[in-house]
Design a protein around this ligand. Structure first.
Ligand code: GCB
Length: 609
């Protein structure tokens, strides 16, 4: 579905994105794929972007150079020092690091170029859609700059109606993955900074007036009705809009207002089967108007917090979770495909999870769609990670933009129950104000889900065994969710049994990380770091401790699979990998996998630990 123009103008006002309109839910639309082999030029000195006085070539009306021009068949008399036609190719979608060994550690600019034909159909509009590009993308079509997008994990697009030729359109994208201090994330993270066109690129063709967005949910306050909004875009806005759920014989027709917006509600009765991990039932929902039709499968459920309980469809649920990075450890590189999603979520299912934390940034759209189908609840997050620039308005604007792009993409997914706005951020008034703005925005965009963040634990200076969670930001979240590393960064395993917890808030407690590094196949005594035995013992002890923790309602241990991190340099053990996975880089499960599975098998029958 394609988002409304007004939202885009709002984004433009934030100064974070130039995109003309956002195409969303492309998987439910007919689209023309531009995936496959793209020619590429590695440009570490930005020679294709700046002239020798460091002025961008694309900033003046008569550019004198720049790779975006894609000069081809150049006469021998002309001086042109690049040639896409003679350059090698990279596959899109995929990160560049795992396709060309010279690019393994590369952080900088790479120019991508794709040629394609297009036959325009009358009375249609065309959007060029990117499912993600890390981190900044400058996009040019036939020598014209379409715009720039900042943020590595969310979709964006540009309207290209009237700009396409029948033959050999030249699409050039400069992708720059340099880490920047004021970015989201900032310079320092514990994951690999994969660069490139990491997700699909396509053309989406829609009618002149089209369904730009449709939000369809079970009403949180009154679950006897499905409620939603439809947004039309185009010249004929005041049209009738019909929403139907054919399997339930539900239908409502409303007329969109002058701004193209329509609100609807559908009464539901006992025939509606609620979506849940045990019964992941979805229904086809069709949104149509005289000029357009859109259909997608949507599940209906409620999620809320009452006291220290998390209620799914009004029933208490214990979250048997695990964290995931968007990485395929066995093949190497960013996960990007439905098959990758199936492998990762399949392991989570084997653990007997009903919940997955997609850390630390928005994962590809297949994850949430497959989670809907497989019956996994999701925690989705934006990369407000560690110590970003809390006082920089452009950092906040960028974080808000990434949040909007994520929420707008996934708010019809029944699997998603939590929007997380941050991970392990240091307490300060500026930080709390920044995060509160994100919470407010998440609630404005979607009033039906929980909002939280992974917070930190502090030590009681007066008592070496007491750990405190008192972050003032906890007053604004629905869950008391925090990461703890007692037994790994905080003492040895023997400390775990001695720890006393002081939690400031009476909210459902979800431990969003605990864990220990272990090299798959490295064995030794339980006291020896990096052995499978140490990791398994830490899991056993931690589970014992958590069972006694007041308000304990779920956990997502760190992490399902080993993942690459340039911070992890211990030879013969880490070699550039964070080894806290329950599954090794070879796809083999470590002992701790089975310890956690044992706990989850037991919890699957219970609602309280
Ligand atoms: C954390 C971070 C996570 C790291 C993990 C670790 O607290 O949230 O991103 O990878 O610890 O392994 O240290």
């Amino acid at each position: 579905m394609i988002r409304s123009l007004c939202l885009v103008l709002l984004l433009a006002n934030l100064g974070a994105v130039d995109a003309a309109t956002i195409v969303n839910h492309i998987l439910s639309r007919t689209h023309i794929s531009l995936d496959g082999k793209w020619n590429y030029i590695v440009d570490p000195y930005d020679s294709g972007y700046y002239d020798y006085r460091s002025q961008p070539y694309d900033a003046v009306p008569q550019p004198t150079g720049g790779y975006f021009q894609d000069r081809r068949n150049v006469p021998a008399t002309d001086l042109v020092e690049y040639n896409f036609d003679r350059s090698a190719t990279l596959v899109v979608p995929r990160d560049w690091n795992s396709q060309d060994s010279r690019l393994f550690y590369y952080e900088g600019a790479v120019w991508y170029r794709r040629l394609f034909d297009y036959s325009a159909a009358p009375h249609t509009r065309v959007f060029l859609h990117f499912s993600a590009a890390n981190y900044q993308a400058d996009v040019y079509l036939n020598g014209e700059k379409l715009g720039r997008h900042t943020g590595g994990f969310t979709p964006f697009d540009f309207e290209v109606t009237g700009k396409l030729k029948e033959h050999e359109n030249s699409l050039v994208v400069r992708v720059d993955n340099r880490r920047i201090a004021e970015g989201v994330p900032t310079l320092n993270t514990d994951w690999w900074n994969y660069g490139g066109l990491t997700r699909e690129v396509c053309l989406v063709v829609v009618p002149e007036t089209f369904v730009a967005d449709a939000v369809v949910q079970l009403d949180r306050k009154n679950p006897a009705q499905i409620r939603g909004t439809v947004q039309l875009a185009g010249p004929q806005l005041q049209q009738p809009v019909t929403v139907t759920v054919p399997e339930l014989r539900l239908s409502a027709t409303v007329t969109a207002d002058a701004a193209g917006r329509a609100e609807f509600s559908l009464p539901v009765d006992s025939a509606l089967q609620r979506w849940s991990p045990e019964h992941p039932r979805t229904y086809e929902v069709v949104v149509s108007c005289p000029t357009d039709r859109l259909a997608e499968r949507i599940g209906f459920r409620t999620i809320e917090v009452r006291g220290d309980n998390i209620l799914l469809n009004g029933q208490s649920v214990f979250l048997r979770g695990v964290c995931l990075h968007e990485e395929n450890p066995v093949r190497g590189g960013r996960a990007y495909s439905p098959e990758d999603a199936r492998q990762l979520l399949g392991w989570a299912k084997e653990l007997n999870c009903n919940f997955v934390r997609l850390a630390h940034y928005p994962h590809n759209e297949y994850m949430a769609r497959l989670a809907d189908e497989m019956g996994l609840l999701l925690w989705e997050e934006i990369p407000v990670y560690w110590t970003i620039h809390w006082n920089d308005p452009s950092t906040l604007a960028n974080a808000l933009q990434q949040l909007e792009e994520l929420v707008t993409r996934d708010r019809n997914r029944a699997s998603v129950i939590v929007w997380s706005v941050a991970n392990e951020t240091p307490v300060s008034a500026e930080r709390t104000a920044f995060l509160r703005r994100l919470v407010e925005r998440a609630r404005e965009l979607d009033g039906t889900r929980l909002v939280s963040a992974a917070m930190e634990v502090h030590k009681d200076p007066a008592d070496g065994n007491t750990r405190i969670v008192e972050d003032p930001f906890g007053a604004f979240t629905d869950l008391l969710s925090f990461n703890e590393y007692v037994g790994w960064y905080d003492g040895n395993i023997d400390r775990i049994g001695k720890v006393e917890w002081r939690l400031k808030y009476d909210k459902p407690v979800v431990i969003t990380e605990f864990g220990a590094d272990a090299l798959q196949g490295l064995h030794g005594p339980e006291t020896a770091r990096f052995t499978e035995e140490y990791q398994a013992a830490l899991y056993r002890e931690t589970i014992g401790m958590l069972r006694k923790l007041p308000h304990f309602r779920g956990t997502t241990p760190w992490i399902l699979c080993d993942f690459r991190s340039p911070k992890r340099n211990l030879p013969q053990v880490q070699d550039g990998w964070n080894r806290k996975g329950l599954v090794g880089e070879n796809g083999i499960k470590k002992s701790a996998f089975f310890v956690l599975k044992g706990f989850y098998d037991e919890m699957a029958g219970a609602t309280k630990p």
